[in-house]
Design a protein around this ligand. Structure first.
Ligand code: C2E
Ligand code: CA
Ligand code: CA
Ligand code: CA
Length: 279
């Protein structure tokens, strides 16, 4: 019994070593991905429900790993945050988007907005605003078609620094969107304290609308609150006609989801919407 126990311990520790080695390799390859520019940008269109027009898109990062193939953000963003790489990744995404916007600009209508996600951690950085403004300048890109998505959690720790950063970004001309709205916290007074332009209703509410009357009421309530606060609403994760019809009946202006399109590579997005490509 003793020897078999020892054997199992040896097996266990071997297993741990293998896992630890794999974790380390993943981390190293994530660091290398920065320098090798292995991140690419997918865009998911935002659709105006009244006429089906594309009114912009959300940029979603993907990692084109040399051996593992395409990796979605849920698998590497948390690690990137831990390693302090998230800011650099977000700026690579913004850079790529900016390069496209520069050539798309003459073909866009003023209301079209292209959004990037900002990790909540970025708001701890003193130089967030400077970093963003440098990235824009490097790509000779203005803010008129750009939107920044931040999560509710960011607004919870209210301090002067945060308010300043948000105000500065707003003054630079960005549209500001609150992502995953409704999943965070019950306190809503921060909504009037910050210059938020757009509420993105979290996918979970949209999913539940088909079966839950109370989710319908919640969505309707968010829509009327947004209207009273002069904010726009985007419904996330719209997957079927029933949801789309309900949202239209609530006068939700914009929707995003698999019903209209999955996120697609930015080059493909350009082709799809007759926008110039970058050679
Ligand atoms: P998110 O910002 O809430 O993005 C929406 C997610 O829902 C995306 O997953 C999108 O592909 C997915 N989605 C869109 N429509 C539907 C639908 O109809 N049904 C379903 N089931 N899913 C839908 P993705 O691309 O895997 O991104 C996951 C999360 O990773 C994002 O959630 C965002 O929090 C984060 N993320 C993505 N790109 C970036 C980035 O460049 N920077 C940072 N900091 N975070 C990012
Ligand atoms: Ca988002
Ligand atoms: Ca979201
Ligand atoms: Ca989310």
């Amino acid at each position: 019994a003793k020897s078999s126990q020892r054997g199992s311990i040896r097996f266990y520790s071997h297993d741990l070593t293998a896992r630890a080695r794999e974790r380390m390799e993943f981390r190293n390859s994530l660091r290398a991905a920065m320098t090798n520019k292995e991140f690419c940008v997918y865009l998911q269109p935002k659709i105006r429900l009244s006429d089906g027009k594309m009114m912009g898109a959300e940029a979603l990062v993907r990692w084109q790993h040399p051996t593992r193939g395409l990796i979605t953000p849920d698998h590497f963003i948390p690690v990137a945050e831990e390693l302090g790489l998230i800011s650099a990744i977000d700026m690579q995404v913004l850079s790529i988007l900016c390069r496209y916007l520069e050539v798309w600009q003459p073909h866009l209508v003023p209301e079209q907005r292209f959004a990037v996600n900002l990790s909540a951690l970025q708001f701890n950085h003193e130089d967030l605003v400077q970093t963003i403004s440098d990235t824009l300048q490097q790509n000779r890109c203005g803010t008129e078609h750009l939107e920044l998505e931040i999560t509710e959690g960011v607004l919870l720790v209210h301090c002067e620094h945060l308010a300043n950063k948000i105000l500065q970004l707003k003054q630079m001309g960005f549209t500001l969107a609150l992502d995953d709205f409704g999943t965070g916290y019950s306190s809503l007074n921060y909504l009037s304290r910050y210059p938020i332009d757009v509420l993105k209703i979290d996918r979970s509410f949209i999913t539940d609308m088909n079966t839950s009357r109370s989710s319908q009421v919640l969505v309707k309530t968010i829509v009327s609150m947004a209207r009273n606060l002069n904010m726009k609403v985007v419904a996330e994760g719209v997957e079927d006609e029933q949801q789309s019809a309900l949202l239209q009946s609530y006068d939700v202006e914009l929707a995003q989801g698999y019903l209209f399109s999955k996120p697609i590579p930015i080059e493909q997005f350009a082709q799809c919407y007759n926008l110039p490509e970058i050679i």
